[in-house]
Design a protein around this ligand. Structure first.
Ligand code: AMP
Length: 306
């Protein structure tokens, strides 16, 4: 089984009510591939960084068994940089800066060895790039998951619709689902979006959990109430990496198994938010992951006789 992740590998500066972390390792591709690495799958990452990207970050990704053949380094350019500030509720944030830098000319050239990957996660990028990745694959992956954001709905609507049409799972947040569908009710939004191509829709609701929809079924996973939330950055990408990592490991595309994947994704995301950046995601033990999953079971288990 093989997993291809396409997404940003970046520097982030994160401001929260608990402090500031400057120019730390971030990027959607980083979070997703680190998260997937806990499922015994070697994720192949396709991304680009500048000459300012330190060897220690590369070493960290390697230490988590991430395949970096597809990570291009452009020495004369700077890496993607994002800066955001979280408000007191830790659920909403303002983007202070997005410096695309080396991503301005990013073409997502997929190495030959990656073109037959079994699973594909298309992280948040211009939909035309996401589409070009799909077109470069010489074998249709068993499952393609796509993440996107409002920005592309505002600026690349036609490209986005053309790309969404080709994927199996769309993973977006509630606000994005509303914008994409033009519906306020998430149920109606899901029905509309499922006519646009994807077989499954995941709606991420931050600290309020995640919903999984197919034409016939709905599943809801809560987010765990946590003692410490330091930095929600990357939670959505960690979720996506855990979700597709679990599916890659099990190879089962049934709705029942996708429900489990939502729980695994949510469990991984619950770790990410506990520390700044990727700090909590680099050396989790199997026991810690199992304990988290047990908490989900306990939290959602109840007994009603009807
Ligand atoms: P999330 O908190 O799941 O929305 O993901 C945040 C991560 O996405 C950060 O580590 C950023 O480096 C990265 N990011 C922020 N803006 C963009 C963008 N426009 N395109 C791609 N990646 C981004």
């Amino acid at each position: 089984m093989s997993l291809l992740v396409v997404g940003t590998v970046a520097f982030d500066t994160v401001r929260t009510p608990f402090g500031v972390a400057e120019k730390i390792l971030g990027g959607a591709g980083t979070y997703a591939s680190l998260s997937a690495s806990y499922f015994g799958v070697k994720s192949r990452i396709v991304s680009v960084v500048g000459g300012d990207f330190p060897q220690k970050h590369i070493d960290l990704l390697k230490s988590r068994n991430v395949d970096l053949e597809g990570l291009e380094v452009v020495p004369e350019e700077k890496s993607f940089f994002w800066e955001g500030e979280y408000h007191n509720d830790m659920n909403s944030r303002t983007t202070i800066a997005t410096e695309v830098n080396v991503f301005e000319k990013f073409e997502a050239n997929i190495p030959a060895a990656y073109k037959e990957s079994d699973y594909l996660l298309l992280g948040n990028l211009h939909p035309a790039i996401q589409n070009s990745v799909l077109e470069q694959m010489t074998k249709r992956p068993k499952l393609v998951v796509l993440d996107t954001m409002n920005f592309w709905m505002d600026n690349a609507w036609d490209d986005l619709l053309a790309t969404i049409r080709k994927v199996d799972v769309l993973a977006i947040n509630d606000e994005e689902a509303r914008q994409l569908s033009g519906e306020y009710s998430l149920l109606k939004a899901a029905r509309t979006i499922l006519t646009m191509g994807p077989k499954f829709l995941v709606i991420k609701k931050g600290e309020h959990g995640a919903l999984l929809f197919s034409d016939d079924d709905i599943f809801f996973a809560p987010a765990l109430p946590l003692e410490d939330i330091f930095d929600p950055t990357g939670a959505g990408d960690t979720f996506a990496g855990g979700f597709i990592g679990f599916i890659s490991k099990t190879g089962d595309l049934s709705f029942e198994n996708l429900k489990r994947a939502v729980i695994y994704g949510s469990a991984m995301a619950s770790f990410t938010v506990e520390k700044f950046g990727t700090d909590r995601l680099i050396d989790l033990s199997d026991e810690e992951v199992s304990e988290r999953l047990q908490k989900f079971l306990t939290l959602t288990k109840f007994d009603i006789q009807l």
